[in-house]
Design a protein around this ligand. Sequence first.
Ligand code: ASP
Length: 323
Amino acid sequence: MVGWAIAVHGGPGVDPNLPLERQEQAKLLLTRCLNVGISALRSSLPAIDVVELVVRELESDPLFNSGRGSALTEKGTVEMEASIMDGHGRRCGAVSGVTTVKSPVSLARLVMEKSPHSYLAFSGAEEFARRQGVEMVDNEYFITEENVGMLQLAKEANTILVRIPVISSSFMIIIKNLLQMNGLPISVYAPETVGCVVVDGEGRCAAATSTSGLMNKMSGRIGDSPLIGAGTYACEVCGVSCTGEGEAIIRGTLARDVAAVMEYKGLGLQEAVDYVVRERLDQGKAGLIAVSRNSEVAYGFNCIGMFRGCATQDGFMEVGIWE
Ligand code: ASP
């Protein structure tokens, strides 16, 4: 019997000018979701159920970029993707390009459990969802006024808006000028991906990630979040969920590499996370959360902040945004 541990994230690369009120809202949401996970763990639910439950909760809140509140494609539509992995038995499921499925993470779980495959996308995923009888909604359900404004901003700036990645002060000046040029407030919040990792009381690890990717992305673009080994991974040793610029995370196979350096180099969880963030990730690009079968929990990011929180069975709990 080991102690359980849980971590959640709501994306990296936070704008330092993000209004305090918005920061507090994000922290409250992370706390609420952690509490959902904690009570499930106290009721002895397995890790795979807990990650699904927590990510579903995040998907139903418009604050972060998953489910309701999703980032928009260049066409102004929402194309969501999610994945889930049970380290116990290494089972996984993933979906991409879903447009009317209320909870993409639960559809990913169904792919894992009720299909012969690991990954379904676009019309095939939607068809599977209908056959499974999951809750479907109009695409408009996912679209918020704030994100429509953000898409417009991204289009005017001719950029794909990941976040406001303040990696140098000169870059910040450019961003500020762009925003002022558009007559919009400087403090902009670009919505971000959500994820959860859990090790339960039996030492089973699981991970889940859900997103609609990047604001103003091309229709059809697939990021790291649904890709097992890139954005999400779980095995007997650990569970990992990543967030940030998907293209960089895919190049670094971040989630699997954390497990690999633990397995092959014998590193501890935090050491493995630090190693992968340092050696496999371009500067300023991303972050990740991880748990190990030994009840450890770890974060790593190389950008200005990451919405995240964690809790362990011994009563420790924290939520944070900055370093
Ligand atoms: N990793 C996601 C993607 O590139 C975005 C994010 O984490 O916010 O699709």
